[in-house]
Structures are given as C-alpha cells and as structure tokens.
Write a protein that binds this ligand. Structure first.
Ligand code: G4P
Length: 529
C-alpha cells in the first residue's frame, strides 16, 4: 500500500448516520439510498409492512424486524464514484447511549425532517449530540407529496430551534397534490417529479434553466412565474451555501423531496457525496490520528449479540480510523495487551454480510467477539494508545433478576453478560451475595432483555425491586487503599459484566457520603477506557 493509495481510498469514503424523529422517514429514505446505490434491487425489501405497528410496542416491532434492522445497522454502498457507509441509529429513545456512540463513529449526519411536523423532540436531542463533536449536518425535508408547512417556515424553525443556519440547495415547486418537483438553486436545473416511481430508480426529467420557456409550458405560466418570484425571494432571504461553515457544523445545506415518492433523494445524495467530509481525524490518549496515517487503527463503537439467530454470534463493530485492514492481519487489542490475528472480519451490505478482504479509513468492519471485546476498545498494529470519547453510561434503573427455573442459572448469567456487552444494559454481580442485578438506561430495556433472554437463551426470568439507586465505576491508583475500600464497603460493591468494580449505591446520599469518606477514590458515572 502506498501513501497515495491510502489517501485516495480514504478520500472516497463518506461515513454518516441519519438523525430524525421516529416516523419522519428514516427507514424509507435509507431504502431509497440503497436503491440508488444498487445495494438492493427493489425498494420495499428493507421494511416489511407494519400493519400492526400501533398494536405492538416499539421494541416488539423492532424485534420483529430484527432480521432486517440489525443487518442494516451498517450498510456500505457505492454512489457517485464514492463509497458510502451508512450507520443505523436505533430509533427508540431508550437507546440514546447506543446512538450517542454510533455518532462518535461517523464523519457527518443526515437530518431527516417531516415537513408537516417540523423540528421534533428527538431530533433536537440528537442534534445536541452532534454538536458535541461539531458533526456536519445535511438536511432533507421530507414528505413534500403531502400538504406540509410553508418551507420557509420550516427552515426558520430549524434555524431558531436547532441554532444552525440553513442554506437551501433545492427548492420545492408546490406541495401535496400540486408538488411538481424541485429547482436546484446552484445548478439552475428543474427536476420534475413523477409519481409512482418509488420502487425503482426514477427517471430524471429535467429542464435546464429557470427562464427556459419549457418551464412555462410544463408548469403553466402562473406557477412558473410564482416559482421565479419565490426563488428570487429565497435567494435574497436565505444563507448561501458555504462549505467551510457546513464542515464546522454552523450551516446545513437543505434539500426537499419525498422519500416515499423517491424524489429529491438523488439531488440530496449528489450533494452529500460532493460536500460531506471524508474520514476525519480522531483523538486518542496520546496523539491525534488522521485517516492518512498508514498505521492501522480503529475503535469499537457497538456490539451486537446474536445478530443472526442462525449463527448465534456476537459482532463487534469497529470503525477503521487510519491505515488499511487486510484479511489475516495481526492487530493489537490494546486493552488486554494481546496481538490477535483477524481472519474473518465481516463487511455489511444491505441484506448480506460477507468476509472482508480489505477495509480503509471510514469503513466499518465486524469482528467476531468471544467475550474479549468491549465497547470503546482500541485496535492498533502494536501502538499502545486508546481512542477517547466512547463512554459507557451508568444505568439509572435497577432490578434483581430471578429465574423461574433455578437450573438455568448458567444460561441466565451468560445471557445477561452477553446482552450487557451491547451497552444498553449492565449486569452487576454483588461481591457479597449471588444476586444478579440488571441496570438499564430506560425502562423498556428490562422488557427487551426478558424477551431476548427467552428467545435467544431459552431462559424465563422475573424482575424484583432492588435497593439500588445509582451506580459508579470505582477507580483508585493506590492498590492498598482500594483493597481497604473493598473490605469496608463490600456490601455495596459489585463486579459488572465487563469485570469492572462498581459501587452500587442504595441512595444518592449514601453515594455522596461514601465519596466524602474516600476522597482518593474516583467514583465515575461513565466507564471509559
Ligand atoms: P422512520 O424510519 O423515520 O420511523 O419512518 P418511516 O420511513 O418508517 O416512515 C414513517 C411513515 O411515513 C411511513 O408510513 C412511511 O411510508 C411514511 N413516509 C415516509 N416518507 C414519506 C413521504 O415522502 N411521503 C409520505 N406521504 N409518507 C412518507 P406508515 O403508514 O407509518 O408505514 P407504511 O405502512 O407506509 O410502511
């Protein structure tokens, strides 16, 4: 591999995630992008019809769609001469930590907004997360085939609520039943909308030039004149696209369309591959890693147990940050200080996964995890350094897990441990008794775990209340003091699923008093390597 080849391959990559409120159209637009990327043949294969979506809770729906939604947690497809990696962010609020970590692995984000609803609550939260790393945001205002709100008003809302400048790139021509297409403000081209092309790559019917008489012929003189006036107004009143401001996360280019009608998506994708950043640098505890650095590095941002029920395996998703992954290469698993040969890393297509021969910065590869890999782990080619900023969050809700069949203890432990590797739940084993305590970031997680224990590990369990209000990971550089602490505080100490010492506090007051009593011990609300 030459430096030039590495730089070229890295420059081709666009790694991003979609942020949106549920129902804005994330699934639909994903499907259309895969269609344009030739990763699927017929739109409609990503999502099964959800006839009973209102009858079942969100996570049940998620479970039912698991075969799909999980293989689609990473998708790679070619578009416009580039290689696009799309990382799925889980939809439900309960998984915000998972989403947070996924957003640490992308270089930009696509924000999908329902034009009728405007900026919604979950989008606001996700935007806050993007802000933490100044992730560049591109916006798609969806559902133009419906009577949405005035597009100018929607952009105003984005600007004021999300505190980011909007630069319209395309402008809608009508809406709802009168939606005719979009005008590209920078190419001076009108793209005409034809209904009924949702499940194939649509024709691109275009008229070159806003002043072209064809515009009057196609739209009618009245709508054509209206469009010209509106475009004048929009050009005067909105921000102009500024690549640097976009890259700094201060301005978002805005595209309009209908994901369902498969329209406007192509223009958005063309803009995306042109403007979105190639793989960016990342911080470690010793130095900054750039994509052009020829030494291979990467970090694990997500772990998924039993992705494929037929394989019953656990996959760790690693983002390549620099250098090249090659099949059979040796990597240093920095946290455990071991070199491991990786022969069977996976790559992910829409509905397929296959062994990857090589991967470049920005790519995501799947490593088979036999319990040694944790979220946040760094892999290098021998260098002792760790990527920072990929935390585990302390759960705020706790329950004791009880077995219906006491003989299934082993399966229960294994299940809890493996599911907790995914990071949305944590299992704690108190030092003083044989309880198993499950901690979660949201209440739905308890149901998800019970359901998955039953389905994937054949274990029936019950939950009981437990006297734990909060947890903190315990660190201390003084081994002697730590031993003393362990002896004195053992009733409130536990080991988590990753083998880390944790203080499980019955009350916040108790935690505070313990912290005051042991000033040299650190009680951390996040676990980070
Ligand atoms: P999500 O992943 O963000 O939750 O949204 P999803 O794509 O599932 O879309 C939510 C609903 O909005 C779906 O309708 C979908 O068909 C619809 N939708 C998406 N894009 C458009 C669009 O451009 N125009 C219109 N009119 N609707 C759109 P549903 O009835 O809830 O589901 P389904 O029965 O259609 O699958």
């Amino acid at each position: 591999m030459s430096d030039a080849q590495l730089a070229r391959e890295a420059e081709l990559r666009r790694t991003f995630a979609i942020i949106s409120h549920p129902d804005a159209g994330k699934t639909t637009i994903t499907e259309k992008m895969l269609l344009f990327g030739n990763a699927i043949q017929l739109a409609g294969s990503v999502k099964s019809k959800r006839n009973d979506r209102h009858a079942t809770s969100d996570w049940m729906k998620m479970e039912q769609e698991r075969g799909i939604s999980v293989t689609t947690s990473v998708m790679q497809f070619p578009y416009g001469g580039r290689i696009v990696n799309l990382l799925d962010t889980p939809g439900h609020e309960d998984f915000s930590e998972d989403t947070y970590r996924t957003l640490t692995a992308v270089d930009s984000a696509l924000m999908v907004i329902d034009g009728a609803k405007g900026v919604e609550e979950r989008t606001i939260k996700l935007m806050e997360v993007c802000r933490l790393r100044t992730t560049p945001i591109l916006t798609f205002i969806n559902k133009m085939d419906r009577d949405i709100r005035d597009p100018i008003e929607v952009m105003d809302e984005v600007e004021t609520v999300l505190n980011i400048q909007c630069a319209p790139m395309t402008w809608p021509i009508g809406m709802g039943r009168h939606f005719k297409g979009v005008y590209h403000l920078y190419n001076d081209v009108i793209h005409l909308y034809t209904q009924g092309q949702g499940s194939r790559i649509p024709d691109d019917k275009r008229i070159e030039g806003l002043d072209n008489p064809e515009v009057d012929a196609v739209l009618g003189e009245e709508q054509a004149e209206e469009l010209r006036m509106e475009v004048d107004l929009v050009r005067g009143a909105s921000h102009e696209f500024d690549l640097e401001a976009y890259r700094r996360g201060e301005l978002t280019p805005v595209y309009f369309g209908t994901a369902m009608g498969n329209f406007g998506v192509r223009e958005m994708m063309d803009g995306f591959v042109e403007h979105a950043p190639a793989p960016q640098s990342r911080e470690t505890d010793t130095r900054e890693v750039t994509a052009q650095d020829e030494r291979f590095t990467g970090f694990v941002f997500k772990i998924q147990a039993n992705m494929d029920p037929n394989h019953r395996d656990r996959i760790a998703f690693l983002r390549v940050c620099s250098g090249k992954y090659e099949k059979n290469m040796k990597m240093r698993h920095v946290r455990i200080g071991k070199d491991v040969k990786i022969a069977d890393a996976l790559t992910f297509m829409a509905s397929d996964r296959s062994q990857v021969e090589e991967a470049w910065p920005g790519d995501i590869i799947g490593l088979h995890n036999h319990g040694t890999i944790q979220i946040g782990d760094t892999f290098t080619v021998g260098e002792d350094m760790r990527f920072t900023g990929i935390p585990h969050f302390a759960p705020e809700l706790f329950k004791r897990v009880r077995l219906k069949d006491p003989l299934k203890m082993k399966a229960l432990q294994k299940g809890l441990q493996q599911l907790s590797e995914e990071g949305a739940t944590q299992v704690f084993m108190p030092m003083d008794n044989n309880d198993l305590i499950l901690g979660a970031v949201g209440t739905l997680q308890f149901d998800v775990v019970a359901h998955r224990l039953k389905e994937e590990y054949k274990v029936d369990c019950l939950y009981e209340g437990v006297n734990v209000q909060t947890a903190r990971w315990v660190y201390c550089n003084d081994a002697k003091m730590l031993e003393e602490f362990k002896r004195k505080a053992s009733t409130n100490l536990a080991i988590d699923g990753g083998g880390y010492l944790t203080y499980i506090a019955p009350t916040r007051v108790n935690l505070q008093m313990t912290q005051e009593r042991w000033p040299d011990i650190r009680f951390q609300p996040t676990r980070e390597h």
